[in-house]
Design a protein around this ligand. Structure first.
Ligand code: R5P
Length: 329
């Protein structure tokens, strides 16, 4: 049975779905997020009984019947990315072989998204390869969240819904005592993401220009826009090493920014990322729970906002064959 949503949308009854019963399954990548979604929807998570063989290979054994049901598999492909991808593929394969009616892969963080094009000869397009594998494994549709590049949606030949965090960030930022806000995109590629938050807040936008020599080091070479004396919020998709946002925060301060906050969707936080953020004099780093954060990293400067209500609302709309587009606006 599915209960009422704690969101704007009310559950209208199981009869509203042309598909079978709604089922939720989580891989091991983010069981807390899956648990929050299950709680909001009042649906029990189905245990895929993930096990490892002694050699490290993954196995699953779904005990309950999935025949004819509308199954949502919640699995961000966060680090360890290859392990979590393989889990996803194997769960999808098990569901297809179990005659699930329809299978939606809910991937709130899409690993390999930053390799969505060739920048040099003889490079792969890993984001496309991952998309191929997900559909080949058995996903009938995808529910995605703040992809690094929107073009990745087009890598799938099955239906996709791509949600954005801009409302979540904007609503939270409105509660803070910020004055003369400028939203800052770290680079041109992040312009649309930043613009969405800026538009919700009726704030102007500024841009950073960065140069990356390798995967570890990044330099902010310029900032364009009005940042002097302003409360600046850097809107970013991923914090990996923390290099981009911490260097940008320092550069913003040098250019006279009053306060500097960061709003980043996916807190991958590799290595010493958190230390970099702390030493960059950032007031708050607002992130979401698409990627789990280890307990020892929680606390200031991180503020975690949950995407569970938005994903739950999208899941129920997909299940009931209702429009999801309202959630994009
Ligand atoms: C890249 O263009 C992304 O949007 C992020 O800026 C990047 O992934 C951040 O990585 P890092 O934290 O390692 O600088």
């Amino acid at each position: 049975m599915i209960g009422r949503l704690q969101t704007a949308v009310e559950y209208t009854g199981t009869d509203a779905s042309p598909w079978g019963e709604l089922k939720l399954i989580s891989g091991s990548a983010n069981p807390k997020l899956a648990g929050r979604i299950a709680e909001i929807l009042d649906v029990q998570l189905t245990d895929p009984r993930l096990r490892h063989f002694p050699d490290g290979e993954i196995n699953v054994k779904i005990e309950d019947s999935m025949r004819g049901h509308d199954v949502f598999v919640i699995q961000p492909t966060s680090p360890p990315v290859n392990e979590h991808l393989m889990e996803l593929f194997i769960i999808l394969d098990a569901l297809r072989r179990a005659s699930a009616g329809r299978v939606t892969a809910v991937v709130p963080y899409y690993g390999y998204a930053r390799k969505e094009r060739k920048t040099q000869p003889r490079e792969p397009i890993s984001a496309k390869l991952v998309a191929n594998f997900i559909t080949l494994a058995g996903a009938d549709r995808l529910l995605l969240f703040d992809l690094h590049a929107e073009a990745i949606e087009g890598f799938f030949d099955v239906p996709t819904d791509h949600l954005s965090p801009h409302r979540i960030f904007a609503e939270y930022l409105k509660q803070l005592d910020l004055k003369h806000i400028t939203i800052v995109a770290p680079d041109a590629g992040g312009g649309r993401r930043a613009e969405a938050v800026a538009s919700d807040l009726a704030a102007p936008i500024a841009f950073g220009y960065k140069r990356r020599d390798d995967d570890q080091s990044v330099e902010v070479i310029a900032i364009s826009g009005d940042v002097k004396g302003r409360d600046c919020v850097v809107v970013e998709d991923i914090i990996t090493t923390g290099g981009t946002v911490s260097k940008l925060a320092v550069a913003l301060r040098k250019q006279g920014a009053n306060r500097v906050l960061i709003a980043a969707t996916h807190p991958v936080l590799s290595g010493d990322a958190l230390e970099k953020l702390k030493s960059a004099d950032v007031e708050e780093v607002i992130v979401t729970d698409t990627v789990p954060i280890p307990a020892e990293k929680m606390g200031s400067p991180l503020k975690v906002l949950s995407v569970a209500p938005l994903l739950a609302e999208a899941i129920i709309r997909v299940h009931e064959n209702r429009s999801v587009s309202e959630l994009f606006r």
